[in-house]
Design a protein around this ligand. Structure first.
Ligand SMILES: [Fe+2]
Ligand SMILES: [Fe+2]
Length: 187
């Protein structure tokens, strides 16, 4: 997938985690972790390059400034115990602000980048973003699809019988490096 496709796919995960956090506040930490990784890597593999394009320069600066506002809200959230009544309210505000940011990227900024970036660069950046995201959030193996999948899964399970069971880490459970944050990789 190219870089904008990768980013849109991860936007889907962010939207889903935000929705889930409205009814289950325990999901909020996973939402925050994905948000930090998304924006830090989006700056490194997308906005640092888009800023260099004259036609998109201002839009790129605006978007990165919105990342900075999101970062401030996340920092504020870190002060609150997860069961504090204001924590859920603040997650809600963060999610609403973020949704607006994601919508604008998809409607205005990504189509701009698709016109400006060479095709091969879009593919390379997409691969780098996907790799960085997998390293930071933990790699999730895709499910085996359909009937053939059930057969294949059976043989995999059979072959693994003698091995010690492998415990899958819950999604997003991997701790982020302590110095990783939105803006932390920018010059
Ligand atoms: Fe963004
Ligand atoms: Fe984004």
């Amino acid at each position: 997938m190219n870089i904008t496709q990768e980013l849109v796919t991860h936007h889907g995960v962010l939207r889903q985690l935000f929705e889930q956090s409205k009814t289950n506040i325990a999901v909020a930490d996973d939402f925050l972790r994905n948000l930090i990784v998304h924006h830090t890597m989006e700056e490194k593999y997308f906005y640092d390059l888009l800023e260099q394009e004259t036609q998109a320069h201002e839009k790129a600066l605006e978007a990165v400034n919105e990342h900075h506002i999101i970062e401030l809200i996340i920092k504020d959230l870190e002060r609150f115990p997860r069961d504090h009544e204001r924590f859920a309210i603040k997650v809600e505000s963060l999610g609403e602000y973020t949704s607006h940011h994601l919508d604008e990227e998809e409607a205005i900024i990504f189509p701009m980048a698709e016109q400006l970036f060479p095709q091969d660069s879009q593919a390379t950046l997409g691969a780098l973003f996907a790799q960085a995201k997998a390293m930071l959030l933990g790699i999730k193996l895709p499910p085996v699809p359909g009937k053939a999948g059930a057969k294949a899964a059976k043989s995999i399970v059979g072959a693994k019988k003698k091995e010690a069971p492998v415990k899958a880490a819950p999604a997003g459970a991997k701790a982020l490096p302590p110095d990783l944050g939105i803006g932390s990789l920018r010059k």
